[in-house]
Design a protein around this ligand. Structure first.
Ligand SMILES: Nc1ncnc2c1ncn2[C@@H]1O[C@H](COP(=O)(O)OP(=O)(O)OP(=O)(O)O)[C@@H](O)[C@H]1O
Ligand SMILES: [Mg+2]
Length: 303
């Protein structure tokens, strides 16, 4: 298949301010996707949509992460399915954020972090020498716990990534589409020049999601995206995540068990020591996990 990192590396080489990328005419919703042709089955989450068995988009094999001499993750193996919601849960300090950051090489930005093992995106190890981490992060975007809009207008916040990657055409249309996909358009359509910082916390988080979507990623990593929000804003983000999974692969870290159970198809349980103890269908993890330690964590006996 030719939609993985080799293309991405080319994109990186050509994406200067004057040379727009080849897939400029595509949009998140029009994007060419591999046909999967497999049959529909019910997945773990309660949504009424029929989910489709999909290919693995991200695969970790024996991933160890160290901060200097301290090991934060131990030999993590996982296969994350395309266009589903995968939740990562586990007690504080067990390595959830570390794992999320190793997927799009954000750990590169931490001097003392070292990743070993293989982390594949469409089968290609993202730690190979020919992978450009900046281009990778365009394909695998990230949304953080605390909304972090730039001190710029709503429009400029969303357009930012497009400009960085050299996209100059149809900016207004792309901004509108991203804001619509992030379920924010109706609230901001008449105030696109207003500062992103003047929005409410929940709106700011949807603005950050719009910013992440605008550059046409395939995967969106979310690290506790709703933990700083009130219940109404949280519920909006949860609805949005379920919608996003129609088009994107979503990997979300959450401390909220109900949230993981509600919105995810698959759940990965990390436990203290940086071990991925169990991974599987969300319903199975929450109702009948294989490991006692997982059951104890989920039922609140520790953590
Ligand atoms: N930048 C860093 N420098 C050094 N150690 C770090 C760094 N980031 C994380 N760690 C360590 O790695 C381990 C895993 O941390 P991580 O932030 O991944 O956990 P987490 O599961 O996301 O926790 P939380 O639920 O509290 O966010 C912890 O022991 C933490 O102290
Ligand atoms: Mg964390």
């Amino acid at each position: 298949m030719n939609f993985g990192l080799p293309t991405l590396t080319n994109t990186a080489n050509t994406s200067t301010a004057n040379s727009a990328t080849n897939d400029e005419s595509t949009t998140p919703l029009e994007r060419d996707r591999p046909a999967d042709g497999s049959s529909s089955t019910d997945a773990g989450r309660s949504s009424t949509r029929a989910t489709t068995e999909t290919d693995t988009i991200i695969e970790a094999r024996g991933v160890d992460v160290y901060y200097d001499a301290d090991q934060a993750l131990q030999s993590v193996d996982i296969e994350i399915p395309e266009r589903q919601v995968t939740a990562m849960i586990g007690p504080s300090g067990c390595g959830k954020s570390t794992f999320l950051r190793s997927i799009n090489r954000m750990n590169d930005l931490i001097d003392i972090a070292r990743v070993e093992g293989e982390l594949r995106f469409h089968g290609k190890n993202v730690y190979d020498e020919d992978v450009d981490p900046v281009a990778l992060r365009r394909k695998i975007g990230m949304v953080f716990q605390k909304p972090n809009p730039f001190p710029k207008s709503i429009r400029d916040n969303v357009a930012y990534g497009l400009e960085v990657q050299g996209t100059t055409d149809d900016i207004d249309e792309r901004v509108e589409r991203a804001l619509k996909n992030a379920a924010l358009w109706d609230e901001v359509r008449d105030q696109l020049d207003k500062s992103g910082l003047e929005l409410s916390g929940g709106q700011q988080q949807r603005l950050c999601i719009a910013r992440a979507i605008a550059t046409d990623p395939e995967v969106i990593l979310m690290d506790e995206p709703a933990s700083a929000l009130d219940p109404v804003a949280t519920s909006k983000i949860e609805d949005l995540i379920e919608e996003l999974a129609e088009e994107y692969t979503v990997v979300i870290v959450t401390h909220n068990m109900q949230q993981a159970a509600r919105i995810s198809d698959k759940t990965a349980v990390f436990l203290t020591g940086g071990e991925l103890v169990e991974f599987g269908e969300t319903e199975k993890i929450f109702e009948n996990p294989d490991h006692d330690r997982v059951e104890d964590y989920i039922t609140g006996k520790f953590g």
